[in-house]
Design a protein around this ligand. Structure first.
Ligand SMILES: *Cc1c(COP(=O)(O)O)cnc(C)c1O
Length: 200
């Protein structure tokens, strides 16, 4: 297993190379390190190597791990997503209570898969309207394309949906396809196993 700093440098280099092909600036692409299932002992070396944006999947896991890490590293940010209207009110209340407005990505079920999280494309206008009405700052759209299919058409569709709704952030691309996502306009790529190794 490579050192975290080596893996991080390699992913950054690949992002920069894909950005160059797309004539984009590497600095316009944020690497989100997806640290789900990994403990603080694996996360801390990445922070030490300069990584500052992380993402988790489960709220409970994030709440157990991150308060201590963020106390030591207040400049670390967590990537947040929202995928249904029933979460809007609670999220708005939590932001009010914390007196912190955290921009959220709205997750879209881009491949219309039954088992996947995310808002149906048809429901997106309503969810965005509700989030905006609740004054939740929107960072953009996020998706996880169907596993066995070519991801590029789904990335292109997410980019179009974001454009249709006046949103600029595009969180798309994971370990296996982040270069494709960068070429199709990703502003955030969410990378887990390429940074941490396979999940147990
Ligand atoms: C796990 C996960 C990732 C990272 O996946 P890798 O293939 O390990 O890079 C990205 N986004 C979401 C929503 C995930 O659940």
């Amino acid at each position: 297993m490579e050192e975290p700093a080596t893996l991080l440098a390699d992913v950054q280099r690949r992002i920069a190379a894909a950005a160059k092909v797309a004539r984009r600036k590497p600095a316009d692409i944020t690497l989100v390190a997806i640290s789900k299932t990994h403990g603080p002992e694996r996360i801390a070396p990445l922070i030490a190597a300069g990584q500052r944006v992380f993402g988790e999947n489960r709220v409970q896991e994030a709440q157990a791990k991150w308060p201590a890490l963020r106390e030591q590293h207040p400049d670390v940010a967590l990537h947040h997503s929202l995928d249904r209207a029933s979460l809007v009110a609670g999220l708005a209340r939590a932001m009010d209570k914390a007196a912190r407005q955290v921009p959220c990505f709205v997750q879209v079920n881009i491949g219309a898969e039954e088992q996947k999280g995310g808002c149906a494309i048809a429901d997106l206008p309503m969810l965005l309207a509700e989030a905006r009405a609740a004054a939740i700052p929107l960072a953009g759209l996020m998706c996880v394309p169907p596993l066995e299919l070519e991801p590029a058409p789904y990335f292109a569709l997410l980019a179009k949906l974001a454009d249709d709704h006046g949103l600029t952030g595009l969180s798309m691309g994971m370990s296996d396809d982040f270069e494709t996502a960068v070429m199709l306009g990703a502003t955030h790529v969410r990378v887990g196993s390429a940074l941490f190794g396979a999940r147990g």
